[in-house]
Design a protein around this ligand. Structure first.
Ligand code: IPM
Ligand code: MG
Length: 368
């Protein structure tokens, strides 16, 4: 049997430096757990544009379709702000999502005990927080047609279209129900059925699936604006949330910040099952390219390391090893190791990106 495969697309900004730490982790699993992953690397985003004049080369797209999983660092940076929309770094990421058909984006927002003080909310509101946002990722206003900037009555009009088919709602809802079952068995479906037809259909489809196939899962519905408010008022009321592409983009940033540590949060984007029964998948940290600190060894590699842990769980069927890696990161935090993003200004000297990675390796060694 061939080894599981991984395509690493480190991308821009802090992407490459956090990926160096993930490579150490991957090597550790090969050496110490007999879990060898065949890694290839390629370019995405601004880095791909610099070399090929496009944020995602066709050959890279083809490779992404062949591997068991893709691990992406981050894309974008000020050097590319003035590029035409069609070749901006973000287009590379959106093409991967769309062509791999990665419709279910899992964004956990989990508050690490050791970091509860870092939230902008009171500690008691966030300690123990564990939310899973399932964001629809390949449709809605990000991709709906018509779209564009057009001339109309002597002025320009910018158009995007919020559009969802029943089957698009159906498949992401089922993913969310399945996940809810593995968690606290509660699912909150979020839309704006009070003003949008796409929201009315969303609610109808989710309600029907729930009644027919997931009667054991406690289903509730919430308007997106109320959900934003409830997330900052009392976030622990939520278990699993399912929502559309645009609301999910916004609400997941909000939920991520509640945990006080954007630099800690991973994500998984899952598509339809391949021949081996595993879903097409791409993993990426929730944080962006952070160009202001890139190349200085300040970045927190934990979100990318935890994204690899999600790959172990969902793509490689190595749930126990994923648990081991997540526990190692928690131990490092509990031991007080902190990159700069996890410290109050003026506190003791922060750990560098490399020191954080090494600390995780040491914790992995200690787990044996
Ligand atoms: C995200 C990001 C992307 C999005 C950008 C970089 C295109 O904000 O993954 O949440 O809007 O989906
Ligand atoms: Mg976003």
């Amino acid at each position: 049997m061939s080894n599981p495969s991984l395509l690493i697309l480190a991308g821009d900004g802090i992407g490459p430096e956090v990926m160096v730490e993930v490579r150490k982790i991957i090597d550790w699993f090969g050496a110490k757990r007999d879990l060898t992953i065949d890694v290839t690397e390629d370019l995405v985003g601004g880095a791909a544009y610099d070399k090929h004049g496009t944020p995602l080369h066709d050959d890279t797209m083809a490779k992404a379709q062949e591997v068991d999983a893709v691990l992406l660092g981050a894309v974008g940076g000020p050097a590319y702000d003035d590029l035409d929309f069609s070749i901006k770094p973000e287009r590379g990421l959106l093409r991967l999502r769309k062509e791999m058909d990665l419709f279910a984006n899992l964004r956990p927002a989990q508050c690490f005990d050791a970091l509860a003080d870092f939230s902008s909310l009171k500690k008691e509101l966030v300690a123990g927080l564990d939310i899973m946002i399932v964001r629809e990722l390949t449709s809605g206003s990000y991709f709906g047609e018509p779209r564009g900037i057009f001339e109309e009555n002597g002025e320009r009009v910018g158009i995007n279209t919020q559009r969802y088919t029943e089957s698009e709602i159906d498949r992401v809802a089922r993913s969310a129900f399945e996940l809810a079952r593995k968690r606290d068995n509660r699912l909150c479906s979020v839309e704006k059925a009070n003003v949008m037809e796409s929201g009315i259909l969303w609610r109808e489809v989710v309600t029907k699936i729930g009644a027919e196939d997931y009667p054991d899962v406690e289903l509730s519905h919430m308007y997106a604006d109320n959900c934003a408010m409830q997330l900052v008022r009392n976030p622990k009321q939520f278990d699993t949330i399912v929502t559309d592409n645009l609301f999910g983009d916004i609400l997941s940033d909000c939920a991520a910040m509640l945990t006080g540590s954007l630099g800690m949060l991973p994500s998984a984007s899952l598509g339809v099952p391949m021949e081996n029964g595993k879903p097409k998948a791409m993993y990426e940290p929730v944080h962006g390219s952070a160009p202001d600190i890139a190349g200085q060894g300040k970045a927190n590699p934990c979100a990318c390391i935890l994204s690899f842990a999600m790959a172990l769980r969902y793509s490689y069927d190595e749930g126990a090893e994923a648990d081991r890696l997540e526990a190692a990161v928690e131990k490092v935090l509990a031991d007080g190791v902190r990159t700069a993003d996890l410290m109050q200004a003026g506190a003791a000297k922060p750990a560098s990106t490399g020191e954080m990675g090494d600390a995780v390796i040491a914790a992995l060694d200690a787990s044996l």
